[in-house]
Design a protein around this ligand. Structure first.
Ligand code: FAD
Length: 445
């Protein structure tokens, strides 16, 4: 009977385990994770901290019991401390200090990522928080109930920072959002596309400090946060949320597996690392980016689930290949919504790709429809091949499904020249006869 050990059971680990347990009867599955619970949807953290949802119960979609009922051996509150790749043995330590050794035929790393600590003084002060686990969110939630916390500095205006700034503001705190780049959501949206989300943040009362670098966090005599220092000044705050990015958890391999983009485990389309019996999936692994045709590092739950499924099938003996990713994503701040897939113009330029782009700003529906709103769309294409390699969408309306069309277009190599004749239905409740997607194709140079 073949045996697979899965290290880490959040999204990638849960997907790999369910794939093995559901498709390969008799396959032995052993799981290790230091947390108490499995499969936490981090996307809900800002929502419950900001009191937009009632609680955290619905944020777990699997459990130790559910995996065990399918036949897995699940060791929660147990951390893997070492892997002997030659002997194929994993060593782990329980929370009580008991040491466990398990052999494997195949091994799946689903160890995910950890928040990056910026190299500045004061990150160990009481009142400095990271946002990753269920427990991280619980601690922040409790702190925001403390009336002594009047002002919060959120550092980093990526997805998590922007959402946490909204959440802190919704809890009635003076909130500043500090970002070293001159814009929010760098990498996902071009600067001229983020004005809508910044207007939503400002409108909600968040104080935006873009193009400003955090230099130090200062504490009082009891070791509690009292201020932050940036290159523009000193600001009194009682709480700091650090959200400056994530790094893949790869230390367990001890340099014995090849690393790729972002320092993640380098994997092929079968999620196989440089050792064929060892797989990696989710935030600890690289992905194949269809927009660039190259290996990349894009940490998203969606990528984790899909790569976990692929790793599970390969560990189970079916040589399934990943379809690659486009890094599709979405965000909603107060009522403003933005979605993107593939490359921005800026990112494409960084990668040396000569791109053109087509911008459309129009009403979603015909002007005679009262229930209406503006939609902004940018489609990015390779000037030479004419292939669509990116798209950005924004509106107060949920126009998210449009981004999936562009995601598939990137994956399938559709050109901007093909876009105007794509069969897109018209119905006044939903769009215009010359809708924004068709118009992006028609107006492209
Ligand atoms: C606040 C927040 C909001 C997010 N929102 C979204 C969103 O809206 N959409 C989206 O697509 N993505 C979102 N993400 C990203 C998404 O959560 C990650 O991409 C996803 O969690 C990756 O899943 P994973 O299973 O690969 O890794 P992780 O979730 O990092 O899980 C890895 C697991 O491995 C365990 N582990 C690590 N080391 C060991 C060890 N030595 N032994 C045993 N176990 C170990 C960890 O404890 C953990 O349980 C968000 C992330 C955060 C933090």
């Amino acid at each position: 009977m073949a045996k697979t050990i899965i290290i880490g059971v959040n999204h990638a680990g849960t997907a790999a385990a369910n794939t093995l347990l559901g498709n390969y009867p008799g396959h032995e599955v052993v799981i290790f994770d230091p947390n108490e619970r499995t499969s936490y949807l981090g996307c809900g953290t800002a929502l419950y901290i900001g009191k937009q949802i009632a609680g955290t119960d619905g944020l777990f979609y699997s459990s130790k019991e559910a995996l065990e009922s399918q036949g897995a051996q699940v060791n929660m509150q147990t951390t893997v401390t070492g892997v002997d790749f030659d002997r194929r043995v994993v060593t782990a330590r329980t929370i009580e200090g008991r040491v466990i050794e398990e052999t494997y035929d195949t091994l799946i790393f689903a160890t995910g990522s950890s928040p990056i600590t910026p190299p500045i003084p004061g990150t160990d002060l009481d009142g400095v928080h990271f946002v990753k686990t269920y427990n991280d969110g619980q601690v922040i939630d409790r702190k925001l109930s403390d009336a002594r916390i009047k002002s919060v500095a959120v550092i980093g205006a990526g997805y998590i920072g922007v959402e946490m700034a909204e959440a802190a503001k919704r809890r009635g705190r003076n909130t500043m959002l500090v970002e070293v780049q001159g814009q929010s959501l760098t990498g996902y949206f071009d600067k001229d596309f983020t004005s809508g989300i910044d207007a939503a943040l400002r409108g909600g009362g968040v104080d935006l400090h873009y193009g400003e670098q955090l230099l130090e966090i200062k504490g009082d005599e009891e070791g509690r946060v009292r201020a932050i220092v940036t290159d523009k000044g000193e600001f009194n705050v009682e709480m700091v949320v650090l959200s400056v990015g994530f790094r893949p958890n790869t230390e367990l391999a001890n340099g014995l597996l090849e690393l790729g983009e972002g320092g993640a485990f380098k994997v092929n389309l079968n999620q196989q690392t440089s050792r064929p019996e060892v797989f990696a999936a989710g935030d600890c692994a690289t992905v194949y980016n269809n927009a660039t045709g190259a290996t990349d590092y894009i940490a998203l739950a969606t990528n984790a689930v899909r790569s976990g499924i692929v790793a599970g099938h390969n560990a189970g003996g079916t040589p399934l290949q990943s379809a690659g990713v486009q890094g599709s994503n979405g965000i909603c701040i107060w009522d403003y919504k933005m979605f993107s897939t593939g490359l921005t113009v800026e990112k494409a330029k960084e990668k040396g790709i000569d791109v053109g782009f087509s911008d459309v700003e129009d009403l979603q529906k015909p002007a005679f429809m009262a229930d209406n709103d503006t939609v902004k769309l940018r489609v990015v294409y390779d000037n030479e091949s004419r292939r669509i390699i990116g798209a950005q969408l924004a509106s107060h309306r949920d126009v998210s499904l449009g981004i999936h069309l562009f995601s598939l277009a990137i994956a399938k190599g559709v050109t901007i020249n093909e876009l105007p004749l794509v069969d897109i239905f018209f119905m006044p409740h939903f769009n215009q006869p010359f809708n924004y997607i068709t118009m992006a194709g028609l107006t492209a140079k």
